[in-house]
Design a protein around this ligand. Structure first.
Ligand code: NAD
Length: 365
């Protein structure tokens, strides 16, 4: 390992970092618990063919911290954690491996809850669920929250309306052109909603079959994948990959706002500053794509209370998330700071307040 844990650039006072090895199944996994100040650490499990264990460690440290911020911004009583399984999800996945992973999660006794992420499906999570209660994102059962994509799309759609009201003083999307990169699970639902609200869509995807289908039902114009950055649009909606806001694309984009569900859209924090300097309103990704984790949180809540999935609770949390977005946009304008920096300040304040409360409770006990 070229870096050790404590001098890793991604180490941010994590509460715990746990490595697991199971000889029989070949499981090599790391679970990082960044913070439990607001509740149990919740975040997905990524199965990826990392070249080195140092790379896996970096990823899990970075992602788990990101979950603390995302969960705090969505005002959920959950901390941040994440796990990685080192391996090729297409070649090395077995039920035995996920049972071994479930046992690993179980040893943490509920400090961390796992869920789906890249390379890990609902079926894999269901295998782990047989050996531990500490997994979320189930498909079946009264508490199951199912596919998070429609709720993620709803959050991004409402965020687009918030931005349209702010920039163009209008309550729908009539007359606005939106360039969408990716029309998969979230992008597909989002395209329908944007179209219905009056937007003109220009879409792209590397899956040409899916693209043709979505374009046909939303009356959208199709462009080649790389041409999406050059579209004369009002809003760019990244719904596929991370880091598409970078030094190469910045000069090509002519939009007034970026509003989309993709994770980690800014290649570097400097890109957030550059967008702000150019007057482009960037709706921070982990704020506006929080619908999915809100949906997952409802499952945890149902589990803890012994109840069922509650759509009214999800709706209330989505409403609160939109208020937080409005606060971020307002503060960004008055404090003259990029939106992603304001979002981080709010998330950190919420985490610190919860940690202070927890410390006070511990002292009183
Ligand atoms: P998905 O895999 O269903 O959809 C992604 C789409 O992007 C696919 O159709 C794919 O073909 C397309 N794509 C890939 N590379 C492309 C390229 N170079 N150019 C154009 N299109 C390309 O994934 P999803 O669940 O819809 O998630 C989309 C994004 O939103 C991801 O970044 C994901 O991390 C993020 N996100 C998703 C959720 C959720 O609830 N699913 C929640 C939060 C964040």
């Amino acid at each position: 390992m070229s870096t050790t844990l404590f001098d890793s650039p991604s180490f941010a006072n994590h509460e715990g970092v746990h490595a697991f090895f199971d000889e029989k199944t070949g499981l090599r996994a790391v679970i990082a618990v960044h913070s439990t100040a607001r509740g149990p650490a919740v975040g997905g499990t990524r199965m990826w063919n990392y070249a080195t264990s140092a790379e896996a460690l970096e990823d899990v440290l970075r992602l788990s911290r990101g979950m603390s911020y995302k969960n705090a911004i969505a005002d959920l009583e959950m901390g941040g954690g994440k796990s990685v399984i080192i391996g090729d999800s297409r070649a090395q996945k077995t039920p035995e491996l996920f049972a071994a992973f479930g046992r690993a999660v179980d040893t943490l006794g509920g400090t961390y809850y796992a869920a789906e992420d890249v390379g890990v499906s609902v079926e894999d999570v269901a295998v782990a669920r047989k050996v531990t209660p500490y997994v979320l994102g189930l498909k079946d059962g009264p508490e199951a929250s199912g596919d998070p994509s429609p709720v993620t799309a709803e959050g991004v759609f409402r965020s687009t309306l918030v931005v349209a009201r702010r920039l163009w003083k209008q309550d729908d999307l009539t007359g606005l052109t939106i360039a969408m990169q990716g029309v998969g699970h979230v992008g597909g639902y989002l395209a329908d909603k944007l179209h219905k609200a009056g937007a003109r869509l220009v879409v792209t995807d590397v899956n040409t079959e899916l693209l043709a289908e979505v374009a046909a039902r939303t009356n959208a114009e199709i462009v080649a994948p790389d041409a999406i950055y050059d579209v004369k649009a009002d809003i760019y909606a990244p719904c596929a990959l991370g880091a598409t806001l970078n030094a190469q694309t910045l000069d090509r984009l002519t939009v007034k706002a970026v509003v989309g569900p993709a994770n980690n859209q800014l290649a570097t924090p400097e890109i957030g500053e550059a967008l702000f300097a150019r007057g482009v309103l960037y709706a921070p990704d982990y704020v506006i794509n929080g619908g999915g984790i809100i949906n997952v949180a409802s499952e945890l809540r149902a589990r803890q209370a012994g109840g069922a999935y509650d759509p009214a609770w999800v709706e209330a949390k989505l409403g609160r998330l939109m208020e937080t977005l409005e606060e971020i946009l307002e503060r960004s304008a008055t404090e003259k700071r990029p939106t992603d920096q304001i979002a981080a300040v709010i998330a950190e304040a919420r985490i610190e307040a919860a940690a202070a409360e927890r410390d006070a409770r511990r002292r009183a006990a």
